[in-house]
Design a protein around this ligand. Structure first.
Ligand code: GAL
Length: 378
């Protein structure tokens, strides 16, 4: 009997161990920093891998209608891929301020700030060398009775990439035991007023990363309005109805159905910030987007506390080679970046992105994978 109990307890602890986040080496950055990769698994078929460079989602495997798993995000098999010119923010945490800041300039408390111009004539996704996607974060894996996750911490010193204040940032990825979901939580504090707008920049193709196109995916966005831009993708400040335009995704629509009709825009396809309809008071997260791929039956629902979502249809993907030598063709993936609106720091009428000392920036987004109703293997 005692022996049985011992064996049983061994078995239980072995299965608990199998569920814990597993760490492997993912190689070194060019400047010699070791990068760690953590694997998060659950009991319902989801496998997610996240690395310390850029607090980046590297892989997300989810089953299709026949139970066949596929990695549904773009990326590379090593750090070198992520450090290459081909990396267009694949899977990373983007910041300190994601999206664009007009002319790389803003003023706060009477002081002017100048940031790198890396998307001429604007500042994009937090800068060039020390933006949050390029630095190596510290990881702390954890397990609780609901599932497990990894917390990434990074302290960005005052003045890094031109931004004021020392910012302590935390991004965590949590996978519950019993649902194919990833909860991404973002927190930050600062010692001087500074703009903050964090998102994740995963490129999804629910048919599997490396599939030819995303134009056959169906999309729904919970947004009656969007923020039109000038020719450099900076919002004009107006908030306009999507009704009657190719930006109307209030009902499920194929991404490719009207993409060529996007003529009155500087974007080379969908690359727009949508204003999410107000969150119902009784809900923690607002429904933001539903992405559906008919052939595989896979769906992705995105829920968030953020007021906006940038829908980008992979217009700049250029056929670069990624994981397993797969090709990432033009419009072969979609980014659905929950965030505050672009250039908010210069747009007084938009919800503020300025974090004050003593306050905490806290937000979260849920990636909820599933299978479309009626999409069975039979
Ligand atoms: C998106 C942005 C695009 C492009 C892309 C990276 O977030 O909206 O315009 O810059 O990132 O290639």
């Amino acid at each position: 009997m005692i022996r049985m109990c011992f064996l049983l307890s061994l078995l239980v602890s072995a299965s608990a161990m199998a569920d814990e986040p597993m760490m492997t080496d993912f190689g070194k950055t060019k400047d010699g920093k070791a990068v760690e990769l953590y694997t998060l698994k659950n009991d319902t078929g989801l496998v997610a891998k996240v690395m310390t460079r850029g607090a980046t989602l590297v892989q997300i495997h989810v089953p299709d209608k026949d139970g066949k798993s596929e990695d549904v995000i773009l990326g590379w098999d090593d750090v070198a891929g992520y450090e290459s010119e081909d990396n267009q923010y694949f899977g990373c945490t983007t910041g300190r301020v994601c999206n664009r800041i007009a002319n790389g300039k803003f003023s706060l408390n009477g002081k002017d700030y100048s940031l790198a111009i890396n998307d001429d004539p604007n500042h994009l996704h937090g800068g060039v060398e020390r933006s949050l996607d390029k630095v190596v974060w510290k990881a702390r894996p954890y397990t609780n009775d609901r599932g497990h996750g990894v917390r990434f911490n990074y302290t960005s010193p005052d003045g890094e990439e031109g931004y004021p204040g020392t910012v302590k940032a935390l991004v965590s990825f949590f996978v519950p035991k019993d649902a194919n979901r990833i909860l991404i939580t973002y927190k930050a504090t600062t010692d001087a007023a500074t703009p903050i707008n964090l998102t994740n920049h995963a490129y999804f193709n629910l048919g599997g990363a490396g599939s030819e196109t995303v134009l056959d995916h169906v999309l729904q966005l919970n947004a009656d309005k969007y923020t039109p831009t000038d020719d450099t993708l900076i919002p004009t400040g107006k908030i306009v109805d999507v009704a009657g335009t190719p930006l109307d995704f209030t009902k499920q629509k194929r991404i490719g159905a009207r993409i060529e009709k996007l003529t009155d825009t500087a974007a080379l396809g969908y690359d727009h910030n949508f204003v999410l309809n107000p969150k119902p008071d009784d809900k923690e997260h607002n429904f933001a987007a539903l992405l559906r791929h008919k052939e595989s039956g896979r769906t992705l629902r995105i829920l968030t506390k953020e007021p906006g979502i940038q829908f980008y249809s992979g217009n700049f993907l250029k056929g670069q080679k990624g994981k397993d030598g797969k090709t990432y063709a033009h419009r072969s993936a979609v980014c659905l970046e929950t965030q505050h609106y672009p250039d908010s720091v210069n747009q007084k009428a938009f919800p503020s992105t300025v974090l004050q000392p003593g306050d905490e920036y806290k937000t979260s987004t849920l990636l909820q994978f599933g299978i479309a109703k009626g999409a069975t293997g039979n």
